[in-house]
Design a protein around this ligand. Structure first.
Ligand SMILES: Nc1nc2c(ncn2[C@@H]2O[C@H](COP(=O)(O)OP(=O)(O)O)[C@@H](O)[C@H]2O)c(=O)[nH]1
Ligand SMILES: [Mg+2]
Length: 315
């Protein structure tokens, strides 16, 4: 069966199987990704990130529903490497997202936890490409804004929505996590809570400081308020994200971001390919013997890498 052709034709079961292969990094997956690649580049990729518990999943669910009401098709990729469960999905996420099941205009995938976070970023990127090629108008990518890899995932989106919520301890968690710099749209969710106004003010103050450092950037991230529990503020959020897309297109930033994404993809592919080739050439034993020598303080990692590339024997 040709999963690629079926996926392009709109077959959702084929899409699900193809995504599983991509997630498992199966040998057939690279060929499939290559065949799909020419069909990518149409979807608006929207990253949704923020500290755990800010309401990302609830909000993504509402955004997806609102987009469906506008007759737009939606792919959702939820990435949660902090979840210890296989499948990566928090049970609550699955339950809440069940609202939307049975609708062929939406496809939701929770990414499995990977051994390495670098692998997770790559796998997420690949799954997003499959959804893009399959023709979804919008792909929402939920990540926990907690570390470098999550920031990297959020960064590959066209538009990044950073979620804050009042009452989680610190005034501005996103600031601590370094997320404000990548925010195209800021959302204070849980605005049904009285402390929300204070969180908005804290964000405004922080942004006012940061903005003067980037006078060349023509986009000022708006600060919106939502109540994901009942959908309050979600239409305004979608408007802001659409406005950001228009800004990207008119300013030339869309092309610029596409180039950056292509460069990241190429660099990652090169790293993977070169390491694979080298490991095949010298064998895994040689690698381990260089590790021994590094541990023994006989050589440093740079010298060992250089020696490996030169084809030298560890001993
Ligand atoms: N009061 C209030 N609670 C919310 C709101 N949005 C989400 N929550 C709750 O916050 C908790 C965490 O939500 P979740 O979407 O799983 O957050 P995530 O970890 O960021 O994905 C859940 O108990 C939600 O019901 C909101 O707008 N107001
Ligand atoms: Mg979540």
């Amino acid at each position: 069966v040709d999963l690629v052709a079926q996926t392009l034709a709109g077959d959702r079961r084929a899409l699900a199987r193809l995504i599983s292969r991509v997630e498992d990094n199966a040998p057939s997956a690279r060929q499939a990704l290559a065949a799909l690649y020419a069909h990518t580049g149409q979807a608006h990729l929207i990253g949704v990130t923020g500290a755990p518990g800010t309401g990302k999943s609830t909000l993504v669910n509402q955004m997806a529903k609102a987009l469906r009401a506008q007759e737009r098709t939606v792919g959702v990729v939820a990435v949660d490497p902090t979840s210890p469960f296989s499948g990566g999905a928090l049970l609550g996420d699955r339950v809440r997202m069940r609202d939307l099941s049975g609708d062929p205009g939406i496809f939701i995938r929770s990414m499995a936890t990977r051994g390495s976070l670098g692998g997770l970023a790559q796998a997420t990127d690949d799954v997003v490409k499959v959804l893009d090629a399959a023709g979804f108008d919008v792909v929402l990518i939920e990540t926990v804004g907690a570390g470098q890899s999550e920031v990297e995932i959020a960064r590959t989106a066209h538009s990044t929505v950073v979620i804050e919520a009042p009452g989680l301890g610190d005034d501005v968690q996103a600031l601590k996590a370094g997320l404000l710099e990548i925010a195209d749209v800021l959302v204070v969710n849980k605005s049904d809570r009285p402390e929300a106004a204070r969180t908005v003010r804290a964000l405004e103050a922080t942004l006012a400081l940061g903005r003067s450092n980037h006078p060349e950037d023509g986009w000022e991230p708006p600060i919106l308020q939502t109540v994901a529990l009942d959908g309050t503020g979600v239409p305004e959020l979608l408007d802001a994200v659409a406005a950001h897309r228009s800004y990207l297109e008119q300013s030339g930033s869309w092309t610029h971001r596409e180039r950056n994404r292509a460069r990241t993809n190429l660099t990652r592919a090169l790293e993977r390919e070169l390491i694979d080739q080298l490991t095949r050439r010298v064998g895994p034993d040689a690698l381990e013997r260089w590790v021994d020598r590094i541990v023994a303080r006989e050589v440093d990692a740079y010298a060992a890498a250089h020696a490996l590339i030169e084809g030298q024997d560890p001993r």
